[in-house]
Write a protein that binds this ligand. Sequence first.
Ligand code: SF4
Length: 154
Amino acid sequence: MKYTETEVVFKEVPDEITLAINISGCPCRCPGCHSPHLWEDVGYDLTERSLKNLIETNKGISCVSFMGGDANPEEVSKLAKFIKTNFPSLKTSWYSGRSSLSDKIGLEDFNYIKIGPYIEERGGLENPNTNQVFYKVNPDNSLEDITYRFKKRF
Ligand code: SF4
């Protein structure tokens, strides 16, 4: 699994300072995709070692979000577990472009999960007509839909 770039962002996960990692090799092929460069298998290897380095060089973050990775959900989940084990103060998030949640992940590895492909006429999470859903993963692994947080422009 590879990533192309990272960015510290404030709106992708409510109430968190998030290191967003853009993962390439996206298999979703959404028409109107805002990041078609992520369709190719390009960039740098995303391993436990490179992830640790990214976290340690971005002091002050409270969350790490995997943006994509639908070609390999197991690996995303494994890396999220690595964060939970080695950086227990950090939260973890996954932005999936699939319309349903992969059964290959461990919900306990994540604090937040967004699902849903990008549909141009329905827009992203901030759009009242969006098809995308943003969940908070509760301690009992139940999913709480908190998409409304985006519509209120937290
Ligand atoms: S999931 Fe995201 S990166 Fe992948 S095709 Fe859809 S919009 Fe593009």
